[in-house]
Design a binder for this molecule. Structure first.
Ligand code: SAM
Length: 267
């Protein structure tokens, strides 16, 4: 059966989630949900499945192989132009929703938008919100634009390197999932990340510090900067924000890891 054969090949190539990934790929080709895949009960076209299995065996991320990925209520186009949106980033959106729940028609800035995941989720889930999103990568912005079109959501996409500035404020909230892998850690990462995801989306080049300084010029008094952080560096990120005068709160994710750092600009 094709799922078994695909899973065996993926396992041989060191894919830890071989069985579920094989099911995802076959379900994608058949055009059903993975939960609806009754293995063996369908005529599956081997020639459509096998090239995707080969790509996954080559340790390309499953999201790139499928060409789309779920993020909160949205299904986003996903390929090597941008980072695959992660489950922990859904927690970042959750924190933004809590912070915005009393704001009427808020203006929000998402810096380093990648696929557009955070910006589009906020556009989808916050009534009356105006979302501006930036990225230094033209490739990522193009993908975010495709995702805005695909989801029918409105986000103002701006090509901008945060080291050269931010879009004009005032904003009720600034959010960012900055690159936070240290350059010396790259070689130790899984091949899916190390060999396939864009380096500029991964490697920490001081973007969080630079953004924290610049955000003070565009945030309304009392408004928050929300940063995703490496679980082991959240405390440092909090200290960096405090040194710039922000009031800091660190929010754990569902697994209890410190993944989100909120800095409120003082009133
Ligand atoms: C970790 S990825 C986050 C992508 C997306 N927000 C998400 O959460 O899935 C970081 C993003 O920041 C962008 N980026 C990196 N350096 C930047 C800079 N100096 N100015 C603006 N964007 C930058 C990258 O191109 C990448 O899309």
């Amino acid at each position: 059966m094709i799922v078994e054969r695909a899973a065996a090949l993926l396992a041989e190539h060191g894919v830890e989630t071989a069985r579920t990934d094989a099911e995802w790929i076959v379900a994608h080709v058949v055009g059903v949900k993975r939960s609806e895949l009754a293995v063996g009960s369908r005529d599956v076209d081997d020639t459509a499945v096998w090239p995707l299995v080969q790509r996954r065996a080559n340790r390309e991320p499953l999201a790139y192989v499928l060409g789309e990925w779920g993020f909160r209520g949205l299904t986003l186009r996903c390929d090597s132009r941008a980072l695959v949106p992660r489950p922990e980033t859904e927690t970042v959106v959750e924190v933004c929703l809590e912070l915005l729940h009393e704001s009427a028609n808020p203006r929000v800035l998402d810096v380093g938008t990648g696929t557009g995941a955070i910006a589009l989720a906020l556009a989808d889930e916050v009534d009356g919100v105006e979302v501006v999103a930036t990225d230094a990568s033209l490739d990522a912005l193009e993908l975010a634009r495709e995702n805005a079109k695909r989801t029918g959501l409105s986000v103002d996409l701006v090509h901008q390197d945060l080291r050269h500035g931010l879009p004009p404020g005032p904003f009720d909230l600034v959010v960012c999932n900055p690159p936070y892998v240290l350059a010396e850690e790259i070689d130790s990462l899984e091949p899916e990340v190390r060999d396939w995801e864009p380096r500029e989306a991964l490697v920490d080049a001081g973007q969080a510090d630079e953004l924290a300084r610049r955000a003070l010029d565009v945030l309304l008094p009392g408004a928050p900067l929300v940063l995703e952080a490496h679980a082991e560096h959240a405390k440092e990120t909090g200290e960096m924000l405090a040194s710039l005068g922000y009031e800091v709160r660190i929010v754990p994710d569902l697994a209890g890891r410190d993944r989100v750092v909120v800095g409120k600009k003082r009133s």
